[in-house]
Design a protein around this ligand. Structure first.
Ligand code: SF4
Length: 358
């Protein structure tokens, strides 16, 4: 599993806390040189068990095709080239529309077989408030374009948990996303973190955080609509048509090793985690090993986010049996074969449930 972080955005979204830069002269060249050097340096760490490649960001669709090609050729030269079981690229709808059909077709030719489109909302007022570059129509146009280019696995990202998101707009956003017929939908609850624009607005009293009750309501609406449309709610924030569950992200939740390349990318070796510093020039890798206790907690936390849940024997070995039985009695855990999982109607409070267990 290989993750490549592309730390460029043409503008910054109100709520964003990821590391990213507005591209300037020579930046793509320098970034690509460093990622290619890192691939050569770390090729021995890459394992091809799942054989997935994921370009995340930032905004990978900002990176020119010539640079993307150079990175792919370097992977090939180091013995980790395609075809990949799953090759995902995160794309901004505006880039797809601006660069056009030829760009989308070229991505396909380069082996990308899954696109993850950051749509976030189908309401233009909210999109402007988020400082997104695209409009609702832009997102629809981008979706049509990638379909014309032959993409058969497209994921749409949405955001909920906003105090200025009305029921009507939220329902309409989900309906419009579903009307496009994506194979996958990821939906994240907005959190105010770091020192982004939203955090400033919150401090100035220009924005009020959504109440827990409102977030829960928006999440319930989402779960209901996605189930009615036949989607499998396979992880707290992810819904897929059967057979289109994300393989790469599934690897994260199963704690498979992965190599993260590029500024601010994280890696997991199976025994320890490491991360690259969040600077464009001369980023360096630091890391830490995990204690046996850390590993148990991580395994539990990640597995209980999924519909598959956690192996019953493992759960009983790391938690107090009476806590497990009490949570089962309260309906906060249920047993499915050899596994225990958090039922969908308790996904929203999974953090509290996991805290009670560990
Ligand atoms: S496009 Fe993504 S990474 Fe860039 S500012 Fe917006 S949310 Fe952050």
């Amino acid at each position: 599993m290989i993750y490549i972080h592309v730390p460029f955005c043409k503008s910054f979204c109100t709520y964003c806390d990821f590391y990213s830069e507005i591209p300037g002269a020579g930046m793509f060249e320098s970034y690509t040189d460093q990622v290619c050097a890192e691939i050569r340096r770390r090729a021995a760490e890459m394992d091809d068990e799942l054989k997935t490649l994921y370009f995340g960001g930032g905004t990978p669709s900002v990176l020119p095709l010539s640079h993307l090609t150079r990175i792919l050729l370097t992977l090939e030269e180091c013995g980790h080239g395609g075809p990949y079981t799953e090759f995902t690229l995160e794309a901004n709808p505006e880039d797809i529309v601006e660069k056009g059909l030829h760009y989308a077709e070229s991505l396909r030719q380069l082996g990308v077989n899954r696109l993850s489109m950051g749509v976030q909302s189908f309401d233009d007022t909210l999109l402007r408030w988020m400082n997104r570059r695209h409009s609702a129509e832009g997102a629809r146009e981008a979706f049509r374009l990638v379909r014309r280019a032959g993409f058969e696995n497209v994921s749409i990202d949405l955001i909920f948990g906003l105090s200025n998101l009305s029921d009507k707009v939220w329902e309409d956003t989900i309906d419009q996303a579903l009307a496009l017929g994506p194979e996958h939908v990821s939906c994240y609850q907005l959190t105010v973190e770091g020192d982004n624009i939203l955090a400033m607005q919150l401090e100035n009293g220009e924005y009020e955080e959504a109440s827990e009750e409102l977030c829960r309501h928006q999440y319930d609406v989402l779960c209901r609509k996605m189930a009615a449309a036949g989607f499998h709610h396979y992880e707290i924030s992810n819904f897929a048509r059967p057979g289109f569950e994300a393989i790469h992200n599934g690897g994260y939740w199963a704690r498979r090793p992965y190599v993260g390349l590029g500024p601010s990318a994280h890696s997991f070796s199976g025994r320890g985690r490491s991360w690259n510093s969040a600077v464009l020039e001369g980023y360096v890798q630091t890391g830490e090993s995990l204690s046996v206790e850390d590993e148990k907690v991580e395994t539990l936390m990640l597995a209980l986010r999924t519909a598959k849940g956690i192996d019953g024997e493992f759960l009983m070995a790391c938690c107090r049996e009476e806590d497990v039985h009490r949570l089962v009695g309260e309906g906060a855990l249920c047993q499915v074969g050899r596994h225990y999982r958090i039922p969908e109607d308790h996904f929203f409070v999974s953090d509290e449930i996991i805290r009670e267990l560990v």
